[in-house]
Write a protein that binds this ligand. Structure first.
Ligand SMILES: Cc1cc2nc3c(=O)[nH]c(=O)nc-3n(C[C@H](O)[C@H](O)[C@H](O)COP(=O)(O)O)c2cc1C
Length: 229
């Protein structure tokens, strides 16, 4: 598989088969992803891998917090603005994705808050993936370390494709960072970046039909100077 094969076949998978992923394979995946570049090779990322009973217990605790309304007001870093504060063209793209996911794929109509919550809840069981990961990065300083962690995340998702695995990056975990911090014994020097579900996609599930579009190159790249370089 080429890098572009991995890029083109990667999608955020939100329905997994229960097929276990061997521990050796997860370790190989992390070792390869750690070849990512980072500021002066500081490698600020850390990964907490949960499987089996540890994963089940984490999900239970997160659902308990969700049901009790104990979601943190402020994530540790501003991953996104409040829903009303998105500017264009991001507001429109986000709305199109929401429609694709909820109405077109899951049959959840706009205004059906219960239907949305039902799906959102599944984030915290890593959408049924056998492996859950919580990615953190050192917070000293945070902005640069987030860039490095983002590179690591991309490398992890692409290498997973090469190994026949699928992933979903999940920022939904950051609104419960204090639960994660306590449960996984995450140090105060680290910031929770996101969760990542890892496993084998359930190709029979309706969610497997979801493929997101991309803008044309001319819409996001500006070329200066004439002709080929
Ligand atoms: C850092 C990050 C956090 C994300 N968090 C979530 C999440 O919490 N739940 C979810 O279902 N998808 C999440 N996504 C997936 C995006 O919705 C997805 O990448 C986007 O719609 C493009 O679709 P694709 O990944 O299938 O190409 C996240 C993606 C990124 C990069």
């Amino acid at each position: 598989m080429t890098v572009s094969d991995a890029l083109r076949s990667r999608r955020s998978v939100r329905a997994f088969r229960p097929t276990p992923v061997p521990r050796d394979l997860v370790e190989d995946l992390l070792a390869t992803a750690s070849r990512s570049a980072s500021n002066s090779n500081t490698q600020p990322w850390r990964v907490y891998v949960v499987v089996g009973e540890a994963k089940r217990r984490l999900t239970e605790e997160l659902w308990e917090s969700l049901d009790a309304g104990r979601r943190e007001e402020q994530p540790e870093y501003p991953y996104q603005p409040d829903p009303d504060e998105w500017s264009e063209p991001f507001r429109t793209r986000r709305a199109a994705f929401g429609d694709q996911l909820y109405r077109q794929t899951l049959g959840v109509e706009p205004g059906d808050a219960e239907g949305r919550d039902r799906h959102h809840r599944r984030n915290y069981e890593f959408f049924g993936a056998p492996v859950g990961m919580i990615l953190t990065t050192d917070a000293r300083p945070l902005a640069g370390a987030l860039v490095d962690a983002g590179l690591f995340l991309q490398a992890l998702m692409l290498t997973a494709r090469e190994l026949g695995l699928d992933t979903c990056p999940q920022a939904s975990f950051i609104t419960f960072h204090s639960v994660l911090r306590r449960h996984l014994d995450i140090s105060d020097d680290e910031t929770v970046v996101c969760g990542v579900a890892l496993g084998y996609a359930d190709r029979e599930h309706p969610l497997d039909d979801l493929t997101t579009p991309r803008e044309q190159v001319a819409r996001f790249a500006t070329f200066l100077g004439d002709g080929d370089s």
